[in-house]
Design a protein around this ligand. Structure first.
Ligand SMILES: Cc1cc2nc3c(=O)[nH]c(=O)nc-3n(C[C@H](O)[C@H](O)[C@H](O)COP(=O)(O)OP(=O)(O)OC[C@H]3O[C@@H](n4cnc5c(N)ncnc54)[C@H](O)[C@@H]3O)c2cc1C
Length: 535
């Protein structure tokens, strides 16, 4: 017998996040990761069931910093809820961090992106060390002596013990760029790197103002070497097992992202190995940052997807004024509008994942990844907070209560647009690509062929003119329109059933400033059917 109180929905989970998600299944096939479908389906089931259940306590019980042990010795250890480790272990063993480096076949970056999308939906806190571990691998290739770090970062093995790398089968990695006096402008870094006697060895003295996942085995950090700003690998434990000379000052009391710790750290002559040439620090670490930015897009798209799924689930069961909410015309408009936005966010993220995948083989894909990462990071991450708030409102008061998951999604939503280069920095990066790398602009416009849709043709004509002499003060407007044009073209090229609705509302202006302002006649029924299968 159903003992639910009257007019309350059943539990959301367990759910099969693969069977639920037509848009994801389509994108995986379209972008070339079809051979990984079985693996993705299995991970989606795990994520929608066990990991979803574990995530609540991992968030409720926030990490604690233990600076000293009972005898007064410095330990600088962060303790996480056991569920944090369980979730991280499951993710690493399933390739959320390492799949794309372990299997050289085409499509692995797309498959890993899909894993990351699934993982972000249920536990974005652990996604931070996962994405940093994944993204550090190409930057580490600049130091052939660090091969063991590369291999162990890609390993499908999680080992949270504090041991030197030689004693571990798998490692996790973090990054330290941001200092008190400058985050976006990393050239302002003051951490000093003094050369030691050993080859490529340095002693770092200084601080980092944000240092997330501080229990990682190693960190890619920037410091000022004699030859200029340089990238280093800073291990937590020295090869002889001793603690490296850095101290965690405190943990950040953050808006969201509660399962994961972000710290402030000071280096007191900490031992580090150089990665790349002296003076090439920004270029070296940017190879990592390009990949973490892709995961910001995926993370925001995932947050939107989970918020939409929760809203669909709730409104299918909740009745008001004699009808279930999902049948009320105005609620249908809100939900369908969110569904269109969510599908477009995923389509762009996965297209960029394919460009990253193909970049080593196809120069035009590398050029596209370069510019589309900044465009997508700006726009998708910017859309997430308003989107999640709207989905939250679909649940009414329940959406403001922790058990519903929506408050957690809402607190998480602004993060991706702030870290890894905030919104303005992404827009400036797009301008830089347009002005200095003509192949990026070419690759961008190649995605927007003539004749797909009248509204898109008009938009492309406007964009071609606008990119000639872009005005820095209006860069957000330009990048927003570039993002919308890309999303429209992707949906149109895919023959997507919501492409027409996207063009009408996002390009032709038949839409208000809020979600839920679709004009009459757009494909509301199709959007809702695709959004979440009814059980
Ligand atoms: C939870 C969390 C975890 C983090 N973890 C890490 C980590 O592990 N490692 C790490 O290195 N960093 C980390 N960061 C730091 C993050 O990457 C920075 O906060 C971010 O890059 C912005 O730097 P800032 O805080 O110094 O802001 P600022 O650089 O002071 O920027 C402030 C604002 O000014 C804007 N701005 C800057 N320059 C311009 C310009 N020329 N024109 C117009 N606008 C401009 C920016 O877009 C931003 O909106 C983390 C941040 C958060 C919130």
């Amino acid at each position: 017998m159903d003992e639910r109180p009257d007019n309350q929905p059943p539990e959301f989970a367990p759910r099969d996040l693969w069977a639920d998600d037509i848009a994801l299944r389509d994108a995986v096939l379209r972008e070339g990761a079809g051979p990984f479908a079985n693996h993705l389906a299995a991970y989606a089931r795990l994520a929608g069931d066990t990991l979803y259940a574990l995530s609540f306590d991992a968030h409720r019980d926030r990490p604690r910093l233990r600076t000293h042990d009972r005898f007064g010795a410095r330990i600088d250890r962060v303790e996480f809820h056991p569920n944090y480790h369980a979730i991280l272990r499951a993710a690493i063993e399933n390739g959320v961090a390492g799949l794309s480096w372990r299997d050289p076949s085409p499509g692995t970056h797309v498959a890993r992106a899909a894993l990351s999308y699934l993982h972000h939906q249920v536990e974005p806190g652990t996604s931070c060390p996962l994405t940093m571990t994944h993204a550090a691998v190409p930057a580490l290739a600049h130091a052939p002596a660090l091969r063991e770090w590369r291999e162990k970062a890609a390993a499908l093995h999680y080992d949270p013990r504090e041991l030197p790398i030689a004693d571990k089968r798998g490692v996790t990695l973090g990054m330290g760029m941001t200092e008190k006096q400058g985050g976006s402008d990393v050239r302002a870094n003051t951490t000093r790197a003094a050369k030691l006697a050993g080859e490529d060895e340095y002693a770092l003295t200084g601080h980092k103002w944000f240092f997330s996942a501080p229990m990682s085995d190693g960190f890619l950090v920037l410091g000022q070497a004699p030859g200029g700003l340089t990238c280093f690998l800073l291990p937590r434990r020295l090869p002889d097992g001793a603690r490296n000379a850095f101290t965690l000052m405190r943990l950040k009391d953050k808006l969201g992202d509660w399962s994961n710790a972000s710290s402030e750290v000071e280096f007191q002559g900490a031992w580090a190995q150089r990665v790349g040439e002296e003076g090439r620090g920004v270029a070296t670490i940017l190879e990592m940052v390009m990949l973490t930015r892709l995961d910001c897009m995926l993370g925001s798209a995932a947050g939107m997807r989970m918020a939409l799924a929760q809203a669909m689930h709730h409104t299918r069961y909740r009745r008001a004024f004699g009808k279930v909410l999902v049948e009320q015309p105005l609620m249908r408009n809100v939900l369908a509008d969110l569904a269109i936005e969510s599908e477009a966010a995923l389509a762009l993220s996965m297209r960029v994942a394919r460009a990253v995948d193909a970049a080593p083989r196809v120069p035009s894909e590398a050029a596209f990844a370069r510019i589309a990462t900044a465009i997508g990071k700006y726009w998708i991450c910017k859309r997430a907070p308003a989107f999640v708030n709207e989905a939250q409102e679909c649940l009414g008061g329940a959406g403001y209560v922790e058990e519903s998951l929506l408050p957690r999604l809402y607190r998480q939503a602004p993060l991706n647009s702030i870290w890894e280069g905030s919104g303005n920095i992404q827009c400036l990066d797009v301008l830089r690509a347009l002005q200095r790398e003509p192949e990026s602009a070419e690759a961008f416009f190649a995605e927007l062929p003539n004749g797909l849709h009248t509204t898109l043709d008009i938009e492309v004509a406007w964009l071609r003119n606008a990119v000639r002499a872009p005005d820095e003060g209006r860069a957000r407007y330009l990048v927003e329109r570039m993002a919308l044009a890309l999303q429209a073209a992707l949906l149109l090229t895919a023959g997507h059933p919501l492409a027409e609705a996207f063009c009408l509302t996002r390009l032709a202006g038949e839409h208000g400033l809020a979600f839920g302002t679709l004009p009459a006649g757009v494909a509301i029924d199709i959007a809702l059917e695709r959004a979440l299968p009814a059980w």
